[in-house]
Design a protein around this ligand. Structure first.
Ligand code: TIU
Length: 223
């Protein structure tokens, strides 16, 4: 497979499609729709809805190019045995993880709020990783899956930029993966946090990884 090239920041990013995967982080109703976990924390969830079209475009392009796609969902077992008190009793949200809201129990596996939004739903064959942490490597089979598939390069999209996306990207970077964040396919509840996260990732010669626009990523794939 030929090496492809993206006009990325802070400099050009090279990758091979057969050694790459796209990880779409937590595009779940609980973060994006009204009445879920994100809103219970006091956030304006409509902010995250802006990126749905670009994430969709990115997923379609990767599907067309035959590149591995992985979706993650932040969620817990119904008995909350994988949700430490330090997470559940953080702050003073309107509803806590495990409490019942309009989309079922917040961040509990099997409940409607945990589902990925219909516009970005996985298709058969795409891996879905349920994760109890902010990072997708913590207490999941992600690392083994990537090793089995001989993946070296990870593309990232999803929410929120500075929480689950950045945590997962840092975990991946430490494990030796080349990481690129699609800057217009990620969003935060806070403008400044999104921008600062992108700046941090790119700084010091791509200390955590590279960033690029969805158009530039897809241009490299000729899709
Ligand atoms: N998926 C993810 O980022 N989980 C969060 O809790 N994010 C917040 O910004 N709260």
């Amino acid at each position: 497979m030929n090496e492809l090239m993206i006009q990325a920041r802070p400099h050009i990013f090279n990758f091979q499609t057969d050694a790459s995967a796209l990880i779409v982080i937590d595009m779940q109703r609980d973060f994006i729709d009204s009445g879920g976990f994100g809103e219970s924390l006091g956030n304006d969830v409509s902010r995250l809805q802006k990126i749905i079209p670009t994430v969709k475009q990115l997923i379609s392009g990767f599907r067309d190019a035959g590149i591995t796609i992985i979706h993650t969902r932040e969620c817990h077992l119904p008995d909350l045995s994988d949700c430490p008190d330090a997470k559940r009793y953080r702050g003073s949200p309107g509803l806590r993880i495990g409490d019942s809201g309009p989309m079922g129990r917040l961040l509990v596996k099997g409940e409607p709020g945990v589902e990925i939004i219909p516009a970005l739903a996985p298709i058969p064959g795409e891996k879905v990783i349920d994760k109890p942490g902010k990072g997708a490597f913590y207490q999941t089979d992600l690392e083994g899956f990537l090793q089995d598939q001989h993946i070296e390069t990870l593309f990232f999209a999803g929410v929120t930029t500075e929480v689950c996306v950045q945590t997962t990207m840092r975990e991946a970077n430490d494990r030796g993966y080349f990481c690129l964040l699609a800057r217009d396919a990620t969003e935060s509840y806070f403008d400044a946090f999104k921008q600062t996260t992108i700046d941090m990732i790119e700084a010091q010669g791509a200390i955590v990884g590279w960033t690029a626009t969805v158009d530039d990523i897809l241009a490299s794939l000729h899709v």
